[in-house]
Design a protein around this ligand. Structure first.
Ligand SMILES: O=C(O)C1=C[C@@H](OP(=O)(O)O)[C@@H](O)[C@H](O)C1
Ligand SMILES: C=C(OP(=O)(O)O)C(=O)O
Length: 417
């Protein structure tokens, strides 16, 4: 594959076959961290091996955890129950999960940890998490409000009750929850307000914590009391990635084929599996889609909506602007590049003016992916129906789905480079 660009050739046939998405990024990075914080040896199977999980695994190695990779989907993690101070900054690329989760976990280290990322990560806000750590008595600084963050810990997590505004990212809450069992006393974590986007990710966090022996009391819908149990090693199986599955579900629908992804939609525990019903409704997707609880699926749904029978307004997607790139902008730019007027930003909403007649057309468009894996993967779907769609920087899919282009090829999709 050419690293600069790939042009998708619309297949002359429906896409049929068997393709399993890789392991869940969200669950792999939770399980890696919790295994690294555990005493003993944990075996994580079904795991994702991609940029984001490599960054987490390497950071844990830098903090004294032994991480072996006996095969392509397994990590064997041996920890001592504590992380050690690394000898240099932790570089976490543009992995939001690794960056946020390790920022809180670093507070349990005896010594100084600097958490840093690439130029994109250095624009993604982390101030609310840093402020929450400070309120728990932890010495943490992020002068720009974004990484790098420097945390000076004294060997255990902070104590007390802390409120956190998770409006920009639910990952702040997950990060605090996962670090809290390393405190000497119970820690209470409360949301500012009661609502939170991506609440399903908090459930994933609590489930993973329970699997590694943590005990959390749900005080109310917005408050959790975490007991000072530490973690115990566990064998843990990771389900396939639901966000990755959305591209395959959409490819099946767009081409009228049958793609067996090996896991029924209702078996996923990740929030993005909610997108299945919306995709199944195509070409009659609803006129308004609230994306707040399935944010990473919005790029997929937005490109699918371009071929829908009626226009779709995406609401509840404010924080798409602080993901790997400003996704609302990237989607409207890409769609309007395919056909002027196809998309419109209305405040933080995205409106896609559906046009089923786009299918079968030849429209030359170079899609700027802004180094964002989801922008690359979703616009490849447009290339299944429109000839001339070129995805720039296609290897950025390596953040969460390195096998994406091969998966489409296995279903019979061809590329021009
Ligand atoms: O907790 C997680 O695993 C994630 C939470 C979501 O991010 P935000 O909470 O920042 O919206 C999601 O977009 C991200 O891909 C993974
Ligand atoms: C938002 C995403 O990732 P993260 O926040 O984990 O970098 C994503 O994978 O779509």
């Amino acid at each position: 594959m050419n690293a600069d660009r790939v042009t998708v050739v619309p297949p002359a046939h429906a896409l049929n076959g068997q393709v399993s998405p890789p392991g869940s990024k969200s669950i792999t990075n939770r399980a890696l961290l919790l295994a690294g914080l555990s005493k003993g040896k944990s075996r994580l199977t079904g795991a994702l091996k991609s940029d984001d999980t490599k960054h987490m695994a390497n950071a844990l190695r830098a903090m004294g955890v032994t991480v072996h990779e006996p095969d392509e989907t397994t990590f064997v993690v041996t920890g001592t129950g504590r992380l050690e101070a690394p000898s240099g900054p932790l570089f976490l690329g543009n992995a939001g999960t690794a960056t946020r989760f390790l920022t809180a976990a670093a507070a349990s280290v005896d010594g100084t940890v600097t958490v840093d990322g690439d130029e994109h990560m250095r624009k993604r806000p982390i101030g609310p998490l840093v402020d929450a750590l400070k309120r728990l008595g932890i010495d943490a600084e992020a002068p720009t409000g974004c990484p790098p963050v420097t945390i000076s810990g004294n060997g255990h997590f902070g104590t007390g009750r802390v409120e956190i505004d998770a409006g920009l990212s639910s990952q702040y809450v997950s990060a605090l929850l996962m670090a809290a069992p390393l405190a000497p006393e119970p820690v209470t974590i409360a949301l500012t307000g009661t609502e939170i986007g991506a609440r399903g990710y908090i459930t994933l966090t609590l489930d993973a914590m329970a699997a590694f022996g943590a005990r959390v009391e749900q005080v109310d819908q917005a408050t959790w009391k975490v007991l000072p149990t530490g973690y115990q090693a566990a064998d843990f199986h990771i389900e396939p990635d639901a966000s990755a599955a959305t591209y395959l579900w959409a490819a099946e629908k767009l081409t009228g084929g049958r793609i067996d992804i090996g896991t029924p939609a209702e078996k996923f525990t990740q929030p993005d599996a909610k997108a299945y019903d919306v995709i199944a409704a195509f070409p009659h997707m609803p006129a308004e889609i609230d994306g707040s609880q399935m944010q990473d699926a919005i790029p997929t749904l937005a490109v699918l909506a371009a071929f829908n029978e009626n226009p779709v307004r995406f609401t509840g997607i404010e924080n798409l602007r602080v993901k790997e790139c400003d996704r609302t902008r990237a989607l409207s730019l890409g769609l309007n590049n395919i056909r002027a007027g196809l998309a419109e930003e209305d405040g933080d909403d995205l409106i896609v003016h559906a046009n089923p007649a786009l299918a079968g057309q030849s429209l030359s468009a170079e899609i700027d992916t802004f180094a964002d894996h989801r922008i690359a993967m979703c616009f490849a779907l447009a290339g299944l129906k429109i000839s001339g769609i070129t995805i720039l920087d296609p290897l950025c899919v390596g953040k969460t789905y390195p096998g994406y282009w091969d998966a489409l090829a296995a279903l019979g999709v061809e590329y021009k480079t």
